[in-house]
Design a protein around this ligand. Structure first.
Ligand code: CA
Length: 225
């Protein structure tokens, strides 16, 4: 069973991971809300544990964004704030349970067991890849930006997937030719450039933030936090 922990206190995150792994769970860690959201959307987790006070987006904001795409995976908040108001706000944005720090590990284990029982298979929850406001649905092979559907051909979709899976890295035309098209890159051909430009017209033209960057003489990159 996969669990995602979003917690900026590194020692706490690591010790929870260790403890849960000793109890047979697979655990991924994120140390801020944005990384947590990227991980939560791109993999299937049975339970997500999130701190509320995080360095970038708060746990509540994470939960609000995540619930737009996934209404089923249970979320448990960890919080030092124990007021009724915070508890209610957590439930308002779609959390399932919460624990007040400091808590005992056995209590956390018990809560996880209850939450995961409520929740069995999530076959109908899509796997999503995200960069900025671009969301790719890996099951339906569809793309949207800021809620607007973008029609991509199969290869254009694969190209964006490859760039997002390698985001913040420069990807050469040669690598794109080999990994996305499965062809040998012939020097002198500009077909990759043409395809990237087609894709860019669909992904970036009508949006303020340009996702596909050209790194002159080296290739392309999608930048994201
Ligand atoms: Ca914190």
């Amino acid at each position: 069973m996969n669990i995602l922990i979003i917690e900026d206190e590194v020692n706490l995150a690591n010790s929870l991971k260790l403890g849960l792994e000793e109890n047979g769970y697979d655990v991924d860690l994120a140390f801020n809300g944005n990384d947590g959201l990227t991980k939560a959307l791109s993999q299937k987790y049975q339970v997500i544990i999130s701190d509320i006070k995080l360095p970038d987006i708060t746990g509540l904001e994470f939960c609000t964004l995540y619930r737009q795409y996934n209404s089923e995976t249970p979320i448990l908040f960890l919080t030092a704030l124990g007021t009724t108001e915070d508890k209610l706000r957590g439930f308002d944005v779609g959390a399932d349970d919460y624990l007040i720090k400091p808590f005992s590990f056995d209590e956390l284990l018990a809560r996880i067991k209850v939450m995961s029982k409520r929740y069995n298979v999530q076959s109908n929850i899509p796997t999503l890849l995200q960069a900025d406001d671009l969301i790719l649905n890996m099951d339906s092979k569809t793309a949207e930006r800021n809620g607007i559907q973008i029609n991509l051909t199969a290869k254009e979709f694969d190209l964006i997937v490859y760039l997002i899976q390698n985001k913040n890295k420069i990807i050469s035309k040669k690598e794109i030719a080999e990994k996305v098209w499965g062809i040998n890159f012939e020097t002198g051909t500009n077909s990759i450039e043409v395809y990237v430009n087609f894709t860019r017209n669909k992904i970036d033209k009508d949006f303020e933030t340009k996702l596909i960057q050209t790194i002159h003489g080296r290739g392309y990159m999608i930048k994201d936090k």
